[in-house]
Design a protein around this ligand. Structure first.
Ligand code: DC
Length: 222
C-alpha cells in the first residue's frame, strides 16, 4: 500500500555522523520536508529543565511531552510559545537529553507526532535514532550513517568548540546510553544502507542517497 511511509527517507545514526547536514541537503535536493526528531527530544528536555522538574519522574515528564505545544521547523524550535532554538543545543540540555529520550511515555508521544507529521506532509526526510527501526519501518529508504569516533568528535568541536578528547568521551557516553536503553535503542535495521561518512564529502553522500531514492521510487520498491 502506498501511504505516507512510502515517501519517508529515514536517517539514523550516532551523534556527529553527519545526519543533520546530510538529511537537510538531501531534503533540499529532493524538494522534500525535513524533520529533526532529536530536536523534539531536546525541546522536551529543555522545557522540563526550565520548569525545574525532576527528570526521573517518568510520569510527570511524559505528561509534559503529551501536553506541550511543539513546533520543530527547519530554522526554529518553538515549545509552549517560546523560542528554544539555541537553548536546546546548550551543554546542559545535551547532558540530560538521553535520560528524557529513554522515557517510554515521552517516546510514545514523540512517535505519534512524527507519524502525524509525515502524514501531513506526505513523507519527508526524517533523522533520528529509531526512525528506520520503530517509527517508519516501511520507509522507502533507510540509512544508517556512521563515522569514526575521532571524526565525530572533531566535527562537534568545529561546530561548538571545546576539547576534542572531552567531547569524544561525552559522545561515547551518550551513544552508549542511546544504544543500550530498553525502548527503541539506536540500532541499524537489517535493511538499512550503512554509509560511513568519515572520508566522504557531503556531496558524495547526498548524490548516492538521491540516486538510491529515485531508483526505488521508479521501481515502486518500498
Ligand atoms: O540528534 P541529537 O543529538 O540532537 O539527539 C538528541 C538526543 O535525542 C540523543 O541523545 C538521542 C535522542 N534521540 C532519540 O532517542 N530518538 C530519536 N529519534 C532522536 C534523538
Amino acid at each position: 500500500m502506498i501511504g505516507p511511509q512510502h515517501r519517508v527517507i529515514a536517517i539514523d545514526g550516532p551523534a556527529g555522523a553527519g545526519k543533520s547536514t546530510i538529511a537537510k541537503a538531501l531534503s533540499v535536493r529532493l524538494g522534500m520536508k525535513y524533520l529533526d526528531t532529536g530536536a523534539m527530544y531536546r525541546a522536551v528536555t529543555y522545557e522540563a529543565m526550565l520548569r525545574d522538574l525532576n527528570l526521573d519522574d517518568l510520569e510527570n515528564i511524559a505528561q509534559l511531552a503529551v501536553d506541550c505545544d511543539l513546533h520543530v521547523g527547519l530554522d526554529r524550535v518553538i515549545i509552549n510559545g517560546h523560542d528554544a532554538t539555541d537553548a536546546i543545543r546548550q551543554a546542559d540540555v545535551t547532558a540530560n537529553v538521553s535520560k528524557v529520550a529513554s522515557n517510554s511515555g515521552v517516546r510514545k508521544e514523540m512517535r505519534i507526532r512524527q507519524q502525524e507529521w509525515a502524514t501531513m506532509h506526505g513523507g519527508g526526510v526524517i533523522e533520528g535514532r529509531d526512525i528506520s527501526t520503530v517509527v517508519f519501518p516501511e520507509a522507502i529508504l533507510k540509512v544508517f550513517l556512521t563515522a569514526s569516533p575521532q571524526i565525530r568528535a572533531q566535527r562537534r568541536v568545529e561546530q561548538q568548540g571545546g576539547n576534542v578528547n572531552e567531547i569524544a568521551a561525552a559522545i561515547e557516553q551518550r551513544d552508549l546510553f542511546d544504544s543500550t536503553r530498553s525502548d527503541s535503542p539506536l540500532a541499524e535495521s537489517n535493511d538499512s544502507i550503512v554509509v560511513d561518512t568519515s572520508d566522504r564529502t557531503i556531496e558524495e553522500v547526498v548524490n548516492e542517497l538521491e540516486t538510491l531514492f529515485l531508483s526505488r521510487l521508479s521501481h515502486g520498491n518500498s
